[in-house]
Design a protein around this ligand. Structure first.
Ligand code: SF4
Ligand code: SF4
Length: 285
C-alpha cells in the first residue's frame, strides 16, 4: 500500500497569541472566512475517507486552529479512519484538552510549541500534564533565542522526561550560535544541528512531490510549502499521476517540515512514523 504524507494549510490565518517574531497570525478571520475554512476542511476529511492509501496528515495552519471546534472535530474523525496512520497539527496548546478523550490515541499526535512571551511555563506544563494523563502523543518545541536558553533548560527539567523537546534555530542572523551555545542547546535537543542550517537541496532527490505533498483548502497540490508551483488538484481526476520522483528545484531547504523529506539526510530513519509530529523513534532524545 502506498503511503502519502500530506501537509494541509487552509485559509485560517488568525491566532490567539501574538509572538513578536511570527510572520503570520496578524489577521482576524471573519465568521464567513471561518465558515469557508470549515467547509474546505470537511471536504478534505471526506476525501481522505474515500482513499485507499495509507495517509499521514500534518495540519500547518497560518495561525492557531485547535481553538476552533471544527478542527477538533475533523482531527477526531480523521484519527478513527482505518487508512489514516497519523493525524497531527502544529499548535500552541492553548486549547482545552478534554475533547481529546474521543480521539484515536494510536494515530493522533500534536506538534506543540511553547511560546514563553505568551504563556507562563507553569501553565504550559500543566497543559502537557493533561496530555500525559490522557496518553496523547506530542512533541514540544521552542525557538532557540540566545537569551532564552535558560528558559529552555528549565522547560526540559519540568517536562515529562519521555517527551521529546526540539529546538528550532534562529536563522535570520548568520553565525548566531557560537560553539559553546550549540553544545548547550544540543544537550537538550541532540537533533538541533539539523535545524541550524539551510540544507543544500537543488538537484537532490526529495520525497516531496512523490510520497509527500502540500495542500490548500481548494485541494491545490504543491510539492511542499516552499515551492510555489502547483502540481495538481486532489479533487480533479488523474491527480495521482502528478506524484512522482523529481529533484528539488530550490537552492536550499531550512525547515523540518521540508528537509525531513530530503533523501540524503536519511531522516525517515531517525523519525520513522513520528516524522510529521517531529518525534524521533529513539526515546533517548
Ligand atoms: S502561537 Fe504560533 S501562529 Fe500564533 S503568533 Fe505565536 S508563532 Fe504565530
Ligand atoms: S528539499 Fe525542501 S524545498 Fe526541496 S522539494 Fe524537498 S521539501 Fe521542497
Amino acid at each position: 500500500m502506498k503511503t502519502w504524507n500530506i501537509l494541509y494549510r487552509g485559509t485560517l490565518s488568525s491566532c490567539n497569541y501574538a509572538c513578536a517574531y511570527c510572520p503570520f497570525a496578524k489577521t482576524k478571520n471573519t465568521r464567513e472566512e471561518l465558515a469557508a475554512d470549515a467547509a474546505d476542511l470537511q471536504r478534505f476529511v471526506q476525501w481522505v475517507a474515500g482513499r485507499k492509501e495509507r495517509i499521514g496528515i500534518l495540519f500547518t495552519p497560518w495561525g492557531e486552529a485547535l481553538i476552533r471546534k471544527y478542527y477538533q472535530e475533523a482531527m477526531t474523525e480523521l484519527s478513527h479512519m482505518p487508512n489514516v496512520y497519523r493525524v497531527a497539527i502544529q499548535t500552541n496548546l492553548s486549547c482545552k484538552t478534554a475533547w481529546m478523550n474521543k480521539v484515536n490515541k494510536e494515530t493522533f499526535a500534536l506538534w506543540t510549541t511553547y511560546h514563553p512571551t505568551e504563556i507562563s511555563r507553569a501553565k504550559f506544563i500543566k497543559k502537557c500534564k493533561e496530555l500525559d494523563e490522557n496518553a496523547i502523543r506530542y512533541s514540544v518545541g521552542f525557538v532557540g533565542f540566545k537569551e532564552q536558553v535558560k528558559e529552555l533548560e528549565a522547560l526540559r527539567n519540568d517536562l515529562n522526561p519521555s517527551v521529546y523537546l526540539w529546538v528550532n534555530a534562529y536563522k535570520r542572523e548568520a553565525n548566531y550560535y557560537d560553539a559553546a551555545l550549540l553544545e548547550q542547546i544540543e544537550a537538550v535537543d541532540p537533533l538541533f544541528r539539523y535545524n541550524t542550517t539551510y540544507h543544500p537541496s537543488e538537484g537532490l532527490p526529495c520525497q516531496a512531490g512523490e510520497t509527500s505533498f502540500s495542500l490548500d483548502g481548494d485541494g491545490n497540490m504543491r510539492r511542499c510549502h516552499f515551492i510555489k508551483k502547483y502540481i495538481g488538484n486532489i479533487y480533479k481526476e488523474g491527480f495521482e499521476e502528478k506524484l512522482f520522483a523529481r529533484p528539488c528545484s530550490n537552492k536550499t531547504c531550512g525547515c523540518h517540515i521540508g528537509y525531513v523529506h530530503l533523501e540524503n539526510l536519511k531522516l525517515y530513519e531517525v523519525y520513522g512514523d513520528g516524522v510529521l509530529e517531529r518525534i524521533p523513534r529513539q526515546q533517548n532524545y
